[in-house]
Write a new protein. Structure first.
Length: 235
């Protein structure tokens, strides 16, 4: 069992990560600004770290605590004693630039932890915009991308650029980028891996369900196969 601190647990991806981790028997602390907004998931609520009410699926334990991914001190308080920190945080309709703030806050909070215990690993949900297409250009260089989407892509890219400045010996970080298209769908438990290149099928499509994206992310938590780099997944 792995002790996971999860930011962004109320979002489309974060909710799936929470459920996937619980079904595998992991202990999850969902760190949210407003615990009342977390959908019913078999979690218990609390004000500190540690296991709470009943788990889900495979019997994992979960609790909900208040915390702010944009505040390094709040991050440090929430993630102390955990093995892995996951950020599925998204800006919603707000300023995409907060993705960079969140990445810096996560790393800063983890770096500030003292004691003899190993610092928790950090797994960040990234974006697809900075992936290279089979034809050569990056996804965000393709024509016709709406300006708000482009801004979000570049913010994810800036957050990744920051993570790449962090020595893996100091914080063992990983960034997981989705396929070009990601949406709720079926959990098949299968996916294909890539690194900095977009993963496409025989028809040139790049797609993944949020359910299988969560499978890949929890697989990374369990395997620790991409420390210090970004990778991507698609069907």
């Amino acid at each position: 069992m792995t002790k996971i601190a999860l930011f962004g647990a109320t979002g489309t991806i974060g909710t799936r990560v929470l459920h996937e981790a619980l079904r595998r028997g992991h202990e999850v602390t969902a760190v949210v600004r407003d615990p009342a907004k977390l959908p019913d998931s078999g979690t218990g609520t609390g004000t500190g770290n540690g296991s709470g009410g009943g788990g889900g699926g495979g019997g994992g334990a979960a609790t909900v605590v208040r915390g702010d991914v944009l505040d390094p001190a709040s991050v440090a308080a929430a993630v102390a004693g955990h093995d892995v920190v996951v950020s599925a945080f998204g800006p919603g309709s707000g300023d995409p630039g907060v993705l960079v703030t969140a990445a810096k806050s996560l790393i800063g909070g983890v770096r500030s932890l003292g004691g003899d215990a190993p610092a928790p690993r950090v797994v960040v949900v990234g974006g697809a915009g900075s992936l290279r297409t089979p034809g050569g250009p990056l996804v965000w260089d393709q024509a016709g991308i709406p300006a708000p989407v482009l801004a979000l892509m570049h913010a994810h890219g800036d957050a990744l650029d920051f993570l790449r400045t962090v020595p893996v010996e100091e914080v063992r970080w990983t960034c997981l980028s989705p396929a070009a298209q990601i949406a709720p769908g079926e959990r098949t438990g299968t996916y294909r891996l890539g690194l900095d290149g977009l993963v496409v099928d025989d028809e040139g499509r790049s797609r993944i369900s949020t359910e299988d994206f969560a499978v890949a992310l929890v697989d990374e938590i369990e395997r620790d196969a991409h420390a210090g780099r970004r990778f991507t997944v698609a069907h």
